[in-house]
Design a protein around this ligand. Structure first.
Ligand code: AMP
Length: 188
């Protein structure tokens, strides 16, 4: 299965994507995780990405697209869950071209729907333990604004293609996982 998991910062994308990847045996491709690994290893990509991440801005499309292209072309990505990508209309177009070239069409896009104030609360809670430099209140609010402006229009694009499934992202982790499985019509 090939899918994208979308949702605003704090919607629980990372947690759900990781667990779902395990359940269905797909590669979990998280652009945020790849950037953070590069920051940790102090690679050139990491140095470029860090400035944007710390400010709550998106890393430029050409950098992100090249990174995803390299990852999604590998053999283990015949089944994949994209987590945190695409985030801009340009990234959607690039992804479309990559998947045509690889002959790996998308099956579905899951969008986690979570109430805005709940999101800020979750992220502030995560900030206490995550050690992420982009989990301060100011940066969190900025990341929500960037999401609304740049990424929420993608929901309409995937909806018009008939690929979008909205899933209630409120509640506990297992409950949400069950709703995702229901949306994907996975058996238990
Ligand atoms: P995440 O872990 O998905 O919340 O991503 C953390 C940060 O990494 C974001 O705030 C961006 O700075 C950067 N990032 C992750 N994915 C992308 C993407 N698809 N396009 C641009 N920047 C991204």
């Amino acid at each position: 299965m090939r899918l994208i998991i979308m949702g605003p910062p704090g919607a629980g994308k990372g947690t759900q994507a990781e667990a779902l990847a395990e359940r269905i045996g797909a590669a979990h491709i998280s652009t945020g995780d790849i950037f953070r690994a590069n920051v940790k290893d102090q690679t050139e990509l990491g140095r470029t990405a860090q400035r944007y991440m710390d400010a709550g801005e998106y890393v430029p499309d050409e950098v992100t697209n090249a990174m995803v292209k390299e990852r999604i072309s590998r053999v283990d990505a015949d089944s994949f869950i994209l987590d945190g990508y695409p985030r801009t209309v340009d990234q959607v177009e690039t992804l479309d071209a990559m998947l045509v070239e690889l002959q790996r069409p998308l099956d579905v896009v899951i969008a986690l729907v979570v109430d805005a104030e709940e999101l800020i609360g979750r992220l502030l809670k995560r900030a206490e333990t995550s050690g992420r430099t982009d989990d301060t209140e100011e940066v969190i609010r900025h990341r929500q604004a960037v999401y609304s402006a740049e990424t929420s229009p993608l929901l309409e694009i995937y909806s018009s293609r008939g690929l979008l499934r909205e899933v209630d992202g409120m509640g506990d982790i297992d409950e949400i996982a069950q709703r995702i499985d229901d949306a994907l019509a996975l058996e238990h």
